[in-house]
Write a protein of this length. Structure first.
Length: 206
């Protein structure tokens, strides 16, 4: 696979509207670094307000921002892990989620490109699904994970809509390692390897 060139950028706390690594179906041999938060090709101003960072699988076929990308512009969104938060009163407790086998996470995404004359912005959304059993304890949504090589390859192929829709479901249970991490993650000013360190769960009070 062709790289974007140079050393890969490391980010331990990617926020909406920042850039992340993807592989798009129109250029599957090339690793690209594009904007998180879909900007539809029909946008008037090309602004990324962070509202389209995720695309719920339910209704994705008819939503104006997503109906072309889900049919023609699919991508992998690559990461070693992702975060989710458990609400505890007024606190948001972050957890890191990664594959037990240590493999790279490949999340199903869609992309689009917005043009103004010769200027272009390429952007993406992550498709979300109802949670599997492991994720239900944290949240009612999760990224759609392409957990097999066959699914990953298929996602970038020229599929008819029924074939695409057949792939929209939560992954099986038992795939993930999940552990608590520092609440420093809740601020984007923190971006360092210690954000991946395991933080023990507090003792249960009876």
């Amino acid at each position: 696979m062709e790289s974007v060139g140079g050393t890969l950028r490391t980010n331990f706390n990617i926020a909406p509207t920042q850039h992340a690594y993807v592989v798009t179906n129109d250029s599957p041999q090339r690793l690209q670094y594009i904007t998180w938060g879909l900007i539809p090709h029909w946008s008037n101003d090309g602004q990324n307000n962070g509202k389209l960072i995720n695309a719920r699988m339910e209704g994705i076929v008819t939503k104006p921002s997503f109906r072309l990308p889900i049919r023609k512009r699919r991508c992998w969104v690559l990461a070693d892990s992702f975060y989710e938060w458990r609400t505890e009163g007024s606190r948001k407790i972050p957890y890191r989620i990664l594959l037990k086998n240590g493999a790279l996470l490949v999340m199903a995404g869609i992309w689009d490109v917005w043009y103004k004359n010769d200027y272009a912005i390429k952007s993406f959304s992550i498709i979300t699904a109802p949670p599997n059993a492991e994720m239900q304890t944290l949240h009612d949504r999760m990224p759609l994970i392409l957990h097999t090589k066959a699914a990953q390859q298929c996602w970038l192929e020229d599929l008819d809509l029924d074939e695409v829709l057949s792939m929209l479901h939560a992954p099986p249970d038992g795939l993930f390692q999940i552990y608590r991490v520092s609440e420093k993650l809740n601020s984007v000013v923190h971006n360092s390897p210690d954000l991946h360190e395991l933080l023990p769960e507090p003792p249960t009070l009876f």
